[in-house]
Write a protein that binds this ligand. Structure first.
Ligand code: LUB
Length: 211
């Protein structure tokens, strides 16, 4: 057991590393439970008590880490966005050309929308953003910028037709992807997500693949 000691001159106990690790784990457990409840029920009806019941903690324990439902919803949306840069880097490391990277990033994102509860919750909360307040992260823009960069790389590598406009194609892909995942969610709870996404991907890129 690590002894705690005070920071010289402050008299404040320095929290031991195990205690910090326990707090980090507790916050992660609460966030995962909140994502489950938000994804299932949506923002309006969820209470901190619902989250506490799901994670098996007292409401006070949840309240200690997240002061209210609004803060919790923002944390879930932010955590859902954390997934994407990591996903892009993971995919980039496995592909040797920009078009394969672009398509694999989109394929993996579609799978995440089908199976990752944090992503499903983040997407639902973004739909309900008018109920949550303006300080939710702005949606879509990160994806538009990231996809435009990958599309430009694929065009410059001769894999997309030379007159491909990366910004315009990125906007089309983000809009089409958003629509596919939303309609799949409403009609089948995303059970047909991969089939509908692949139809969209092949239709959108068909006219742009070079050669
Ligand atoms: C993506 C959604 C659903 C954009 O960027 C976002 O915020 C998105 C949820 O808000 O589609 C397309 C990958």
């Amino acid at each position: 057991m690590h002894a705690t000691n005070s920071t010289p001159g402050t008299g404040q106990a320095v929290t031991s590393r195990p205690k910090q690790e326990r707090a980090r784990r507790t916050k992660a457990q609460i966030l995962n439970a909140a994502a489950e409840v938000f994804a299932e029920q949506g923002y309006p009806t969820v209470t901190l008590q619902d989250v506490a019941d799901r994670v098996g903690m007292t409401k006070g324990a949840v309240y200690f880490h997240y002061a209210n439902k609004h803060v919790l919803a923002i944390a879930v949306v932010e955590e859902h966005y954390e997934r994407w840069p990591e996903l892009v880097e993971r995919v980039r490391a496995t592909k040797d050309n920009p078009l394969d990277t672009l398509l694999a990033v989109l394929d993996s994102t579609a799978e995440a929308f089908r199976s990752d509860t944090m992503v499903r919750a983040g997407a639902r909360l973004q739909i309900e953003r008018s109920l949550i307040g303006t300080n939710l992260p702005k949606p879509y823009e990160w994806w538009r910028e990231m996809l435009a960069a990958l599309i430009a790389e694929a065009r410059d590598a001769g894999q997309l037709v030379p007159d491909t406009d990366p910004e315009a194609l990125a906007r089309v892909v983000v809009s089409a992807f958003f629509g596919v995942q939303h309609i799949s969610d409403v009609l089948t709870e995303r059970a047909d997500m991969m089939e509908r996404y692949l139809e969209m991907r092949d239709a959108v890129f068909k006219g742009f693949i070079a050669g």
